[in-house]
Write a protein that binds this ligand. Structure first.
Ligand code: PEP
Ligand code: MN
Length: 338
């Protein structure tokens, strides 16, 4: 349920309501908006109906939350969430661009890419140090050495580092280096991992599982939010369908659908979403037109030599062209790209 407080209700009223919620063994999520403060009450609240919240001082109304996801829902928070990690801002009027290789491969590769994408307007640097690969024989990433190289790239360029954490036991290590923790598509329903990143205060980029519905994506986000981390970015990265002309099928209707139902910002990944470098520019532009709050793009100095995902990776020249097109589309839809 949502408890809506009267505008200007004193802090003591809020504290009394929170104490009442906790006494019922439920969890309060206090959301302070510009106009009103609401408390999303989560947990098994079947026994809480008629528990007298309406009569507590400062309470304006008590409403059910109809969506299965609660803290993620726009019913609870009408204002859009803006996630900030250093120079990277996702949500709001400007569109944040995260660019970089699929995997960190060497100092020269990651630092060189960081300088190149920064000069073209990216504010986040992607690069996997821990890679979730379909085959155990494929390159698994440089692990902690890769994280150190990402930190060097940040020190030189100031870009925010977006990197994946694949296992619960690695969260503390990866969170020491990352400005944004990426939870990959394969781990979208790894609930212990979601809770673990939820216990950090590092922003999380949560990718949609290739076989997950959008409602399941929102329920996965709910695990992170309920654990206490409100800085969640959703990422559409394509789903598996019968279609084979692209690696995945990239459903862009996800973007406005999500915006109507959740306050969380939405990023699109046209690299994994298509699997083909030649399709990235068009689908990045289409994502911006559909209202995406950010893009995550695989960029490499020499894609044909990339250790992973070379076929869908663009080079610096293609990234420059893509940024030009996306800037023009952004302007047409009332947004901007730095
Ligand atoms: C990646 O970003 O390189 C990656 C592995 O993505 P996904 O989890 O979407 O497959
Ligand atoms: Mn990749």
């Amino acid at each position: 349920m949502i408890i809506v407080m009267h505008a200007g209700a004193p802090q003591t009223d809020l504290e009394r309501v929170v104490a009442h919620i906790e006494a019922l063994k439920l969890r309060p999520h206090v959301i302070v908006g510009t106009e009103r403060t609401v408390i999303a009450v989560v947990g098994d609240d079947r026994d809480a109906t008629g528990s007298g919240f309406e009569t507590l001082p400062g309470v304006a109304s008590v409403l059910p939350i109809l969506a299965p996801y609660k803290v993620a829902s726009r019913e609870v928070q009408s204002e859009s969430t803006i996630v900030k990690a250093g120079p990277l801002v996702i949500g709001g009027k400007s569109i944040g661009v995260i660019a970089g290789p699929c995997s960190v491969e060497s100092r020269e590769q990651i630092v060189g890419t960081a300088h190149a994408v920064k000069s073209l307007g990216a504010t986040g640097l992607r690069g996997g140090a821990f890679k979730p690969r379909t085959s155990p024989y494929s390159f698994q990433g440089m692990k902690e050495r890769g994280l150190e190289l990402l930190a060097e790239a940040r020190a030189e360029t100031g870009l925010a580092i977006v990197t994946e954490v694949v296992a619960t036991e690695d969260v503390t290590l990866v969170a020491r280096y990352a400005d944004v923790l990426q939870v990959g598509a394969r781990n979208m329903q790894n609930y212990r991992l979601l809770e673990a990143v939820g216990h950090t205060q590092v922003p999380v980029l949560l990718k949609r599982g290739p076989a997950a519905t959008v409602e399941e994506l929102l329920l996965a986000a709910e695990y992170i939010l309920d654990a206490g981390n409100r800085q969640v970015i959703l990422c559409e990265r394509g789903i598996r369908t019968f279609e084979t002309h692209t690696r995945f099928t990239l459903p862009l209707a996800t973007v406005p659908w999500l915006h109507a139902r959740t306050h969380l910002p939405v990023v699109v990944d046209p690299s994994h979403g298509t699997g083909h470098a030649s399709l990235v520019e068009s689908m990045a532009a289409a994502s911006v037109a559909a209202g995406a709050d950010g893009l995550i793009i695989e960029v490499h100095p020499d894609p044909k030599c990339a250790s992973s995902d070379g076929a869908q990776t663009i080079d610096f020249a293609a990234f420059e062209r893509m940024m030009g097109v996306c800037r023009r589309v952004a302007e047409a839809v009332g947004r901007s790209i730095s």
